[in-house]
Design a binder for this molecule. Structure first.
Ligand code: SF4
Length: 280
């Protein structure tokens, strides 16, 4: 079944079974280790084209991993290290070691692949040693997948190419409702990200990335979409993992800003011009 059809069926099922409201059994999360990007897609969901330079602080990340590991006994379903573009982080090998030091389970680096062939031996052996897989999200750019594949094989590192590889030419737009007029509960039930793309940043975890990354949009376009503390849970203030998992399965105030009814599918993929129309 083609991926887009699979996603649609999955979403309908999610809506019908109200699965977003069921607390997950295992923790999983994504971490933006470098929020700027070397590709800058139009309408990027992480607002990376609007970010000048923003790297995760390695000491703070280790502290957050240690705390979460204590809460979940070190077992996670998976962790995605992503961006922006994660391979731009100058201390990525340290981040790989830290992540594996605290967690069992699948760990992936989600990359556009542009920088892969210029990564150091230290990086590749860090992936191998820590059993960390590389996942390339396909964009319509020239990447030599044969050489990339061979390089990953040579270093005994698992590699996955998602989407259509470099044949992807279309894109989806997920518009923001600047007035916050959407229904949070309804949105939460039918959203792809809710209770699925769990996001860790600065000691807090949320049901999706949106309330974290919107700060880039607000700052660039001088907007003021409010993001209250009710949108995240502080991993240092909870007493157990169940508190986190239960919080992540409830709608958040920020859901009122996602205009899911106006999602535009199949628009032409392009590089961002940093125009507000790419996001609203
Ligand atoms: S804030 Fe938006 S992206 Fe996040 S769960 Fe709610 S509707 Fe989905």
């Amino acid at each position: 079944m083609p991926q887009y059809l699979f996603d649609r069926v999955w979403l309908v099922k999610k809506w019908l079974t109200k699965s977003a409201l069921k607390p997950r059994k295992l923790l999983r999360f994504e971490v933006p280790i470098c929020e700027h990007c070397n590709l800058n897609c139009k309408g990027c969901g992480a607002f990376s084209p609007l970010v000048k330079e923003c790297f995760i602080d390695v000491a703070e990340y280790e502290k957050d991993c240690s705390r979460l590991s204590l809460l979940c006994g070190g077992t996670v379903e998976y962790i995605d290290l992503l961006g922006g573009e994660p391979l731009l982080h100058p201390e990525i090998t340290k981040i790989l070691d830290i992540t594996r030091k605290y967690f069992n389970g699948q760990i992936n680096i989600i990359t556009n692949g542009i920088k892969l062939l210029s990564m150091t031996e230290e990086f590749w052996s860090g992936c191998k040693k820590n059993n960390i897989a590389i996942v390339i999200s396909g964009y319509p750019i020239r990447l030599d997948y044969k050489i990339i594949n061979r390089t990953a094989c040579m270093h005994d590192v698992a590699l996955e190419i998602r989407g259509f590889g470099n044949k992807l030419t279309i894109w989806n737009k997920f518009p923001i409702d600047l007035d916050g007029g959407q229904k949070p509960f309804r949105n939460f039930l039918s959203c792809f990200s809710s209770n699925f793309c769990l996001h860790l940043e600065h000691g807090k975890i949320g049901t999706c990335a949106q309330p974290f990354v919107i700060r880039h949009f607000n700052a660039h376009f001088n907007k003021n979409m409010t993001v209250s503390e009710e949108n995240f849970i502080d991993i240092y203030k909870v007493s157990n993992l169940d508190e986190i998992l239960s919080f992540l399965s409830r709608p958040i105030p920020f859901c009122k800003y996602c205009n899911l009814k106006k999602i535009k599918r199949g628009i032409k993929w392009d590089i961002s011009k940093k125009e507000i129309s790419e996001w609203v």
